[in-house]
Design a protein around this ligand. Sequence first.
Ligand code: A2P
Length: 336
Amino acid sequence: KSYNVAILGATGAVGQTMIKVLEERNFPINEIRFLASERSAGKEVEYMGVKYKVEAVSEDSFKGIDIALFSAGGERSKKWAPIAASKGAVVIDNSSAFRMDPDVPLVVPEVNPEDVKWHKGIIANPNCSTIQMVVALYPIHKVKKIKRIIVATYQAVSGAGATAIADLENETKAVMEGRYYYPQALPHHIAFNVIPRIDNFEPNGYTKEEMKMINETRKIMHEPDIKVSPTCVRVPVYVGHSEAVTIETQLPITAEEAREILMKAPGVIVEDDPINNVYPVPIEVAGKDDVFVGRIRKDAGFENGLSMWIVGDNLRKGAATNAVQIAELLIKYELI
Ligand code: A2P
């Protein structure tokens, strides 16, 4: 059996990666539609060696569509997801618009695959930093029960879209040539800098990105009381989010035990031989679908503490790959 698939945001950083991931995984496609704004109507994209024209999204775009992959920003999702669902499509939405809606499952296939079963037309794809963190931590949680997570992120500019990628490139060139390039997407110059702000600030002093890590982790892991202390930072990296993570567990855990658990965990690759400079770095993780973990060590500050370094491709496992895996679950569970 094959399916009719639409991609909304097909010209964006995540949309382009969705196209690649569908190709690589040989997703069973009957008809495919590429949707974006009117600005992109008529542009060409390639899928499986065939050129397609991008269409401006409209109500008719979703007629006959089985699966709609959305990555065009929250406002577009709020507008178009209910329309696509009303036409019979299952929407897999990469924006934050529906993630905390109690009627919408929030799914990481390695953690809570069964949650896709209660969807009502929309399934949310979690925040990129949250996905890679729970893929690595959930297997440890199952055995040792995590009480607390302290995390600092080092997030790539591609997470903020195509304009932010251009910011890094243009600013870097400008600095080398002694000019100044005014940032277009990010709140500060990002070249040769780091910015401790991703998304808007909330009254409690945290950013929205940080609140996503708290709330989404709880929803995905079905642990409403797990404590998460995040700081989210943008760094001048094109692709690949890194995270310095410390956990406190209920049961004692050694670094060796954690390594053994993670070596068997789905979607996780352990790269941990620090003496030989083996630990994951974003340049090497970019382009890969797994979550990479290294620097696994007993934490010096907690009784039952463990620290580690987690790296994932934010466009792939953090967005496109996770969304396509959710689509694969719909097929597996015969929900479409
Ligand atoms: P477009 O290229 O036509 O602007 P990124 O996150 O990399 O900036 O990508 C955002 C994606 O969302 C692009 O594919 C963009 O299409 C799409 N998009 C932005 N605004 C709209 C809109 N009003 N309607 C449909 N798609 C949109």
